[in-house]
Ligand binder design. Structure first.
Ligand code: UN1
Length: 483
């Protein structure tokens, strides 16, 4: 199915262990070189969705009945296949998604580690035996799979986020209907091949290529539980529909993550952290630092240090070894980011760095990493998620104002602080209204074995990842037993 570089991928949907066509063709072009066709796919239609759910329903009881060890072995096989195919997978991700090869490899290894972690978690599934308030009665609390879970995953971390849903879903005995982003079908088909070859019974895992409004919506209609990562606007619609259907829902959505920099921080280190958090991976991370909130004493030195780094970033073809910042994924993201650059000019004047197009020798969606200084937290560029190589600096008087500005947002995913003061670091840890706090680290870039998620408009429902994933992918039963 997959050729080497330059070859066009031809692939379909995976339903009940077979590769199946669909209703409409889909072509994916390389965002670093729009003249290169990367893949031809067929998008699922209503018939494929129905078959996928029928297959998942039929297969789930058998999968649930397998031993913990059998399920663990499948997860381990998935992990090993991801590690073994990492170079090929990185090329696919780079060609269709515009990731640099090192970024893609980092994400692929993370995905393999997630699968390996859940190979262990499958064995650690446990319940509780407690006393009853009544004589002669035993109480046992056990966990069972939820049933058929619907997973909807994004293009920006097309293998890591997919695995952090797929791996616990399968480890705990659920069947899966998965709709990856239609912007990254090549890596999704490769993941489907890997899962298919892992020894999983046919029908336990099904993958449908399609767009959110039709196939995503249909997955939401059919599933016993829905886990979604994507925009807040889509997430809200899914949550409403899941509430109407009374099925459980877990969602990870947008961010407008603050990176606070205090006077007592090392300016060079803080500039490295902010540049990484804001611009690496082309800023297309829900954990990206988009508001750099900086106290007066260090402000000018910090802006100069970040602007110098941003201007030096090498933007270009994601497949080129020298490139640090690849293109944004497609025309709609490109238009969105360019639109925010215009809004930024109107709100904050001339950017401190970037703001223009980049010519990289090929026709691609390249945007210069852009930094605005002298901005205000009420401005649109500081309220709305841009999802591109774009950040703004907000000057504040002191720590108290920095914390207030950091928390003055609809979002609450990740919040960072650069400081050498234990007092401020601990206060920020305690009072930042975010699901994740980073001290002297970028807001983006997380471990794979601990909970991931946010607050406010950023997340809804139980946490993902680590040992906390069991909460969403199992349901609890309380049994009262007397002889
Ligand atoms: C990370 O920052 O390491 O879309 C992961 C995102 C998140 C994943 C971030 N779901 O950016």
């Amino acid at each position: 199915m997959f050729g080497g570089d330059g070859q066009v991928i031809h692939a379909k949907n995976l339903i009940n262990g077979a590769w199946r066509g669909g209703e409409a063709p889909l072509e994916i072009y390389n965002p670093s070189d729009l003249d290169e066709l990367v893949g031809r796919y067929q998008m699922a239609g209503a018939a494929e969705v129905e078959e996928a759910f029928a297959a998942a329903r039929a297969a789930q009881p058998g999968w649930r009945a397998q031993t913990l060890e059998q399920r663990s072995v499948v997860l381990e096989a998935i992990a090993q296949a991801i590690f073994a195919r990492k170079d090929e997978l990185a090329r696919i991700m780079s060609r269709e998604g515009g990731k640099t090869i090192p970024d893609a490899l980092g994400e692929i290894v993370r995905a393999g580690n997630i699968a390996r972690f859940f190979a262990g978690e499958a064995l650690r599934l446990r319940g509780e035996k407690v006393g009853s308030v009544r004589p002669g009665v035993d109480v046992e609390i056990t966990r069972e799979p939820v049933g058929v879970v619907g997973l909807i995953t994004p293009w920006n971390f097309p293998i890591a986020v997919s695995l952090w849903k797929l791996a616990p879903a399968l480890a705990f005995g659920n069947a899966v209907v998965w709709k990856p982003s239609e912007k990254t079908p090549g890596i999704s088909v490769a993941i489907a091949e890997i899962v298919q070859a892992s020894g999983l019974p046919a029908g336990v895992f099904n993958m449908l290529i399609g767009a959110g409004p039709d196939i995503g919506a249909a997955v939401v209609e059919g599933a016993d539980a829905v886990s979604f990562t994507g925009s807040s606007a889509t997430g809200r619609k899914i949550a409403v529909r899941c509430a109407e259907r009374l099925v459980r829902v877990q969602m990870e959505m947008g961010g407008k993550n603050p990176q606070v920099v205090l006077d007592d921080a090392d300016v060079e280190r803080a500039a490295d952290i902010a540049t990484n958090g804001a611009f690496f991976q082309t800023g297309q991370r829900c954990t990206a630092s988009s508001r750099l909130i900086v106290t007066e004493g260090i402000h000018d030195r910090f802006v100069a240090a970040v602007a110098a780094r941003v201007k030096a970033l090498k933007v270009g073809n994601a497949g080129d070894g020298a490139t640090q910042i690849g293109p944004v994924i497609d025309q709609s993201q490109f238009d969105k980011v360019m639109g925010y650059i215009e809004i930024g000019r109107a709100e904050a004047g001339v950017p401190a760095a970037g703001g223009d197009l980049v010519s990289a020798g090929t026709r691609g969606h390249f945007v210069a990493p852009t930094l605005f200084a002298g901005t205000d937290n009420t401005q649109r560029i500081n309220r709305e998620e841009v999802f591109g190589p774009f950040a703004s600096v907000i000057r504040v008087r002191d720590y108290d104002e920095a914390l207030a500005v950091a928390n003055d947002t609809d979002y609450g995913l990740s919040a960072g602080i650069c400081t050498s003061s234990m007092k401020y670091a601990r206060d920020f840890q305690a009072n930042a209204q975010a699901g994740m706090v980073m001290v002297n680290l970028p807001t983006a870039g997380v471990d794979y074995h601990v909970p991931f998620g946010g607050r406010k408009q950023s997340s809804y429902g139980p946490r993902e990842q680590g040992s906390y994933a069991v909460e969403f992918y199992t349901q609890v039963k309380t049994a009262y037993i007397t002889p």
